[in-house]
Design a protein around this ligand. Structure first.
Ligand code: 5GP
Ligand code: ZN
Length: 116
């Protein structure tokens, strides 16, 4: 459930500071340390799953809660009307650097294709 070496588990526990945007019983959202858009929030399950596939396999309802939280974040950030992007880098070729599943919520500007 918790990985002692995982920075996002430490953020959920409050051992590493973060700027919280939303919290539910099982989901946590906080601002990315290096924002790539005016809104750049990371939405994660509090429990540790390495990637999107592990989360979806282990607990599809929790995956839905994370998706719902992402939409709530977009609304709270005021980007829901103009449009926003939900991105989950998965595995090395997907550009994943932190192996606690997280969904990036980007918004607040016109986003390019981001496929490089
Ligand atoms: P990935 O490439 O794994 O999809 O994205 C990881 C994201 O986590 C990056 O956008 C990076 O800026 C962010 N990040 C890494 N370490 C920290 C941290 O300690 N705090 C916060 N708030 N964001 C972090
Ligand atoms: Zn973790």
């Amino acid at each position: 459930m918790i990985d002692a070496d995982c920075i996002f588990c430490k953020i959920v526990a409050g051992d590493i500071p973060s700027t919280k945007v939303l919290e539910t019983e099982r989901v946590f959202a906080f601002r990315d340390l290096h924002p790539k858009a005016p809104t750049h929030v990371l939405v994660i399950p509090k429990d540790h799953y390495a990637n999107t596939a592990e989360l979806a396999d282990a607990d599809p309802a929790l995956a839905g809660e994370v998706l719902n939280a992402a939409a709530q974040v977009a609304a709270a950030e005021g980007v829901a009307h103009d449009g926003w992007r939900l991105l989950a880098n998965t595995g090395a070729n997907g550009g994943q650097e932190v192996f606690h599943v997280h969904f990036h919520v980007f918004g607040g500007k016109r986003l390019g294709p981001m496929l490089s």
